[in-house]
Design a protein around this ligand. Structure first.
Ligand code: DP6
Length: 402
């Protein structure tokens, strides 16, 4: 059997502070408004993908988190087709350029094997499709020698995936064109821009799987007049304000816009008919807790945002993390008091005053939150150089199948 060509890459999760909700083109995945996100650090949350190509492979195959899945999924096929087209065009240009008809076209006719895993539990309900498609496109591009703008390809896997193609603070410009060529992600500031910013993912103990974002936003576009108003009249101004807040590192402005935009997104879900509920009683308690905490200090120290599920993502500054996580632990007493409640970046211990507990004054919700992942802004996709870390072996099959 021929030795396969193998490449492994990693890609990050991103969390939107100005939300994408609603498409104007389902096929090309073109949004009805621009959005902005923070790329989370891959030390805490990442997808790793290995792509192998070989003349010996009989068919295209994909394994996700240890299980073989259907490669004919339309969005997977869109990404594969786009990479293939770019690669063919690049080859054609090269041939024209140096007039050498024998320019290496190895690999283009070969079948691909793809293997992808997350370093966080899928059950945690964190948006894994963004990191997954970003990683797939980035790795395929490396294998087939496709360079340049890749966010437009990742977008066709999952809208939010285009923002995971860059690190730091990233905007997805909605674009105007019907063919989607101008609907791309762009870095606003790199991950080093705001080193004090911290992100806490509060994983809520969800009882059931909520409505998926693809079908949820479809119903919202069809039925919610609030969503139309949001896309046309609210988001354009908010994008400008948010970019300014990020550039100035103005936490209060950043935090307020983040919370208002999350709340408006969930309001459009309630305005959808039949309504969609992503927030549960745990999410509502987090919202009250954050507002009471901020009110106690007379300034906006903490912000929340929620996607299509009950998990809260908290933004705060490094100096407030120790106290705020104590507050969370107090109002959501975990099952065990062991280290398992805190994951990710180490958090220093802080004392909690009676005064603060009383000022917040909520009834504790035992086991409402399973654990907290502490992280910060991080870089975009990376190539893994160490061949021992490939997920596919020299036969092109996964090294660890569950
Ligand atoms: C609420 O990117 O998952 O997380 O484009 O249909 O794959 P598709 O949807 P997806 O939607 C994400 C929605 C959101 C907000 C956001 O990330 O901007």
């Amino acid at each position: 059997m021929d030795k396969p060509n193998i490449v492994t890459c990693t890609a990050p999760v991103n969390i939107a502070v100005i939300k994408y909700w609603g498409k104007r083109d389902e096929e090309l995945i073109l949004p009805i408004n621009s959005s902005l996100s923070v790329t989370l650090h891959q030390e805490q949350l990442k997808t790793t993908t290995t792509v192998a190509t070989s003349r010996s492979f009989q068919e295209d195959r994909i394994w996700l988190n240890g299980k073989e899945e259907d490669i004919t999924h339309p969005r997977l096929q869109s990404c594969l087709r786009e990479i293939f087209l770019y690669s063919v065009r690049r080859l054609a240009r090269k041939r024209r350029g140096d007039g050498d008809p024998s320019v290496d076209s190895t690999g283009l006719s070969h079948k691909v094997h793809i293997c992808s895993v997350n370093n966080f539990p899928t059950a945690a309900g964190l948006a894994s499709s963004a990191a997954g498609f970003a990683c797939l496109v980035y790795t395929l591009a490396r294998v087939f020698g496709v360079e340049g703008e890749l966010s437009g390809i990742a977008r066709q896997g999952s809208g939010s995936a285009c923002r995971s193609m860059y690190g730091g603070f990233v905007q997805w410009i909605m674009g105007k064109k019907d063919d989607g060529k101008d609907s791309l992600a762009q870095q606003v500031e790199p991950e080093t821009h705001w080193p004090e910013l911290r992100i806490l993912v509060l994983v809520a103990s969800a009882e059931r799987k909520p409505v998926g974002s693809t079908s949820g936003m479809q119903t919202s576009v069809q039925t919610s007049s609030l969503l139309k108003h949001r896309a046309e009249s609210v988001v354009p101004g908010r994008m400008v304000e948010m970019i300014e807040a990020v550039q100035r590192k103005d936490f209060a402005a950043f935090a307020e816009l983040t919370m208002k935009d999350s709340n408006q997104f969930h309001a459009t879900c309630l305005d959808t008919y039949p309504p969609i509920f992503y927030l549960n009683s745990v999410s509502q308690q987090v919202i009250s807790l954050v507002h009471r905490y901020n009110r106690h200090y007379g300034e906006t120290r903490v912000a929340y945002t929620f996607d299509a599920g009950p998990n809260a993502v908290i933004f705060t500054l490094q100096q407030h993390v120790p106290e705020f996580v104590q507050v969370v632990q107090h109002f959501f007493p975990p099952e065990t008091n062991g280290g398992q409640f805190f994951k990710g970046l180490p958090v220093n211990h802080a004392a909690l005053s009676e005064e603060l507990k009383q000022a917040i004054g909520l009834e504790p919700m035992p086991k409402g939150i399973s654990y907290i992942i502490s992280t910060k802004a991080g870089p975009g996709p990376c190539v893994v150089e160490d061949p021992t870390l490939h997920l596919l072996g020299s036969t092109g099959l996964p090294k660890n199948t569950v």
